[in-house]
Structure formats: C-alpha cells, structure tokens
Design a protein around this ligand. Sequence first.
Ligand code: T1G
Length: 697
Amino acid sequence: MSDAVGYDTEGRIAVLTIDNPPVNALGIAVREGIVAQMDRAAADADVDAIVLLGAGRTFPAGADIREFDQPTREPHLIAVVDHLDTIEKPIVAAIHGTALGGGLELALGCHFRVASPTARMGTPEVNLGIFPGAAGTQRLPRVAGLDHALELIVLGKPIDAARAKDYGIVDGIIEGDLRAGAVAFASTVVADGTPRKISSEPRAGIGTPEDHAENIEKYRDLANRRMRGQDSPHQALDSVVDGLKMPYDEAVAADRKRFEACKNSDQSKALRYAFFAERDASKIPDIGKEVAPRDIASAGVIGAGTMGRGIVVSLADSGFPVTVVETSQEAIDTGLAEIGKTYDAMVQRGRIDAAEKDARMARITGAVGFDALADADLVIEAAFEDLNVKKEIFAKLDGVAKPGAVLATNTSYMDIDAIAAATSRPGDVIGLHYFVPANAMRLLEVVRPAKAAPDAIATGMALAKKTGKVGVLARVCHGFIANRSRLPLVREATFLVEEGASPARIDAVLTGLGMPMGPLAVSDLSGLDVSWRMRLSLADQHDPEVRYMHLADRMCELGRFGIKAGKGWYTYEEGSRRPTPDPETEAIAIEVAKEQGTARRDISDDEIRERCLYAAINEGAKILEEGIAARASDIDVMWLHGFGYPRWRGGIMYTADEIGLAEIHDRVCAFHAEHGKQWAPSALLARLAEEGGSFTG
Ligand code: T1G
C-alpha cells in the first residue's frame, strides 16, 4: 500500500490522508496512492463513503512542480481525477490550508467538498506559465459557473472558503475539527442518499461561446493588461471556450495538447525558475533554520519622509506597533498626516475599511527625539542619504536603543560597515533596503555587514516574510545587489541619448522586452537628482578612465529633475505622469556630445537592448564573483520584484543563460574595446563563457 496516502476508517467512512510534506504536492507516489486507496475503499464492503484530506498544513497545493522537467509518469493527474467519476461511493474532499492548481482539480473530481473557514483555494497555474492541466478548465465552469471559473483560471488569484462557498465550489464550511466534520458530512450524504455530483457532466444552462463572448473578451483584455506578454492565460481561455461547445472528452484532449505546449514553453520554464528562485532566496547558506530570529514585538522608524512613511505603513499593516520619530513636532505632524492620507486612499480603493484604517493608525505613534525608541526591538533608520548624518544617527541610537535591539539602515547604497562602526554593537546593525513605495513594493534587500550577528540577519529575513516581502540577502558594496546591477543599465541609457538615440526609443526597447517602464521614464519618476547627489558625493572617487555621466549631470544642473520638476528626460503636464518627448533634451544631448567629443549616429534597437541589458548582466556577474550575492537567482529575484523585469523571462541572469554566455561575453568584450573600462568583462562571465557554463544552471 502507498505510504503517500494513508487509509483508515471511521465507522463506515473510509478516510484517505495524503501525506507528502511540505505541501502534499501531487507527485507520482501520491497519484498512485490515491488511485490504489480509492479502489480499496470502493471494494471495501464495510465502507459507504470516502473522505479525502491532506496531512499537515494543507490539502494538496498542486502538482509537483519539480516533476515538470521530467516526462510525466502515469497515472497523469487528469487520469486520477477522471477515475474518481467511476467510484460509485460518494467522495468528500476536506480542504484546509491552500487547495491550489491540481489540488483544487482533485477536489473538483471528488463528488462533494467541505472546507475549514481559513482554507483558500484557486488555480494559480498561469503564474507558472501554464493553466489547470487536470481538467480544471472543464470542471470548474461546470461547478462554479463560467464567470467565476474565468476569474480563478485567468487571473490565478486564490479565494477564501466563504467565497468558494458562494461560488458553489464548496458545499459546506466546517468549524472546528475538519476530519470529524467531513466524516459527518459524508455520513449524512449516505443517509440522505444524496446523489454524487460528477463535475465532468454537462451543466444545464452553462451557455455557448456566443452567449459569453463579451465576458471572454473581458478576460482576454485583463490577461493582456495584468500578464502582459504571457501566452498561457489565452490558452486557458481557448480551453474553457472548447468546454462550452465540445463534449468533455473531446475538450480535454484539446486541452492536454495546449497544456503540454505551455508546460514545455520558455515562458513556463522561466516562471518555474522564478518560483523556486524566490523560495531559495530565503535560504542563507551559512545561517540555517537553527538560528532563531530575534523577537520583534515593536518597531521604530527614524525619519517620516517618503521612505520612512512607507516603512511605517508596511510595519503597521503587518500588525507591528511602530514609533516614528522626527527632529521637530511639525515634521512628525506632517508625516502622520501623510500616513493618514495613505490609509484614506486604501479605504477609498476598498482595500481596507474605516475600522481597519483606525486599527492600523492606532499602532502608529509619532515622537520627537530618540528616547521614544528605547523599548523598540527593531529600529529602521530612513534619514537623508548622507554617510555622516547616518553615522551620527547610529552613534546616538547606540546610546538609546535597548540591548539586543536590531538596528537597521534603509540606505540604498552606502557603506553599512562604516555605519555599524559608529556604534558599540556592530553585530546588531544590518541593512533593510526598501523600494519606493515601501508599503507596496514586495522586495526587501537585507544587507549583511561584515560584523552582523547571524541572528540579526535571520531577524531581517524573518521580517521580510512577516511583512509579505520577498527578502533577498546582499553583502556590503556600493549599491549592494539591486542598485549596483541596475546602475550600468541606466548609465548606458544616458550614453545612448548622448550618442543619438531618443529617450522614447530607448525606453520603448526596454518596455518591448516586457519591462513596465523604460529606464529614463523611471529616472524621471524617482528623480534624476537622487543619483546626481550620489555622483557628486563620490566625485573624488571617480576613476577617470571610466566614462562619466556628463549628460545626466547637465540635465540636473538645468533643473530637469524629472516629474517633480515638470521635466527631465521628458516633459510632464502639471499633475500628470504621462511622459512627453522634449526636443530640448536632444538639444542638451547634442551640446554635451560636442563638449565631450562624442560622435552622434543612428543606433539600432539591438545595440540599445544589448548595451542596456548586457551592462547589467556583466555587473551581475561581478556581484556574483565577489560573493555580494549568494546565488545568481537572488539577483534575478531582485530584478523581478524591484525593477519589474518580466517574470516570464526569469530575470537578467536567467536571460543571459538563455542567450548564451559566450554570446554575451563576446558582445561585452566588443563594447569594452569600443566604449572603455566600464565594460571590463567579469572574470566569472569569461570563465563560464569559456567552459560553456551558465549562471543559474
Ligand atoms: N510543487 C513542488 N514544491 C512545492 C509546490 C509544488 N506545487 N508548492 C510549494 N512547494 C515547495 C516550495 O518550493 C518550498 O520548498 C515548500 O514547498 C514550501 O513552499 C495539473 C500542473 C502552497 C501557497 O502554483 O503557492 O497544479 O523551499 O515556501 O510561503 O493543473 O508554496 O522549503 O524546499 O512557498 O507557505 C499549482 C505553488 C502547481 C502553488 C505555500 N500550484 N505553491 O506557501 O511556503 S501546477 C501552485 C505556493 C498544477 C495542475 C497544474 C506556495 C504555497 P522549500 P513555500 P508558503
């Protein structure tokens, strides 16, 4: 008998328990086990009905994604689901945790479904570049109706148990002991002689494709807008439409072909890579699960500017009492008022209700001076980006903060070893680099200075998980992983403007790759003056052999800081963020090019793409060889969550492997010869290109 699926009985009810930690993924052993134990129950004369549930934390959370790169072994999941139609005794799925993808399809194969109140369910397969491949595109519309099915399948967002009941997916919510409740439900079904509900059977009045044309178009449009460039949501729609005009078996046959094509697509391989890359990012090679994070019951934030306020909201949203301090009462009043506006906007958008806003605001306290931080378990400094200012703050904080408090800086590129050295407790100092807006952006760069204690780092990574962020670890260098790997892309973009390419053209090449915005439009959004101030503060350290961003400086000297100044690389109408090309920018570029002796010429889209992307990849390779990043996939997770790099391309390092490192290295060497030292090839890139290796393999 299968170890993956347990069998026992309660009275005349067989209870089948799937046990394949951590998430009961429906790998081959589980699939075989379900069929074997179902047949056993079907043949068991002492059994009238069957309950199917998951051991541990969840009902199956889907097919085993790790099996996707191998040939699928029989029985396929769809065969398992279809087999349940043949079992004459009622089968009740008892759902807790997250019944996702194949897990929900398995439950749809069962004849009834009950769930615990906290259960969540859905079909997130589009996030993996596929779609429900075990007849979910056929059975879900028959169970929940077409609109609800399209919502779950095309948008891929799970729903809670209450909504699942409203959608007709769940027949009952079980308060308390789920197993006992499910057994009772099954006994009632038997006692009442309630007919089995076979979800592969036609649903009366489901309608034709013509009846649903408008709705289907709506979801095609949503897919184009929310998953720009992704193919599988559209394949899923085609399968659902087939289900409205073909018999089940015929529609499933067509569906299988589409599913296999999607599963073997580059997009799906990249999305699966991204899935595991995010999970791997939370694992720190030399800090194991045995290193417990410190308890964080309360937090403090220094600075109520844009970043400070976002961090306060992120912490309060996650239930932490937060004290935010400023240098004056006026500054703290302004900061709290702005935070109030952020929550008002959330209420207006229906994300939270007024009561929840009040609850979150009640967690936030404003104060003047550091004394208010004396009891905080974690303090995050979000002050002006000036090293001396930060060292001063940490020296003062050192005198106030309680022993064992984690002291974090939100700097996006400064030397945190120097900041830590300003205290008597460098082991407690880490970097927590949030991205704008800090309450919305999912990326949290956790920076590890040389003297940081392992449990201080573990605390930073745990905070990321607790606050719904994707925490990625970086060692200290200028710009850590995120900004350091992105700066070369922005640098090349500004050089390309100087050499003759228009900002709109450069941004179009990058958005053409799937980026939400181009580098120059992003600079206008975040403000050209931010990196200008950084360049000025490092002017004495600039290597004269490395080409300097003269044009970007000139833009700032002319006050073209971006949206906040109404003009940057583009111009902006008052109150608008819509970039309008500005011939003035070209005039400035021509002037600077003349001063710098830069030849202006026609530049191809390929050169724009290569110079922008390969500059970031080459720098990523240097970050890897220096050990600033623990693995290439960490760099990719940064780009996915920090810079909106399209998930279906995996990340810049994954893309480099797709293109081939020999090709990348050749181009980098060519640019090095033509454009100078900033293109010095990474030694790691050169070696891997030589060996036919890869970054992420
Ligand atoms: N297959 C293999 N491993 C999985 C897995 C899966 N489906 N889901 C999770 N894991 C591993 C994960 O890598 C990690 O491993 C550990 O479990 C804990 O996960 C036919 C074809 C369930 C909400 O897309 O969304 O069904 O890093 O860290 O934050 O139609 O995992 O510890 O070694 O994420 O609590 C559809 C994917 C599959 C759901 C739990 N299902 N999983 O989140 O823990 S395709 C999904 C999740 C499919 C059918 C098709 C989340 C979670 P490790 P975790 P978590």
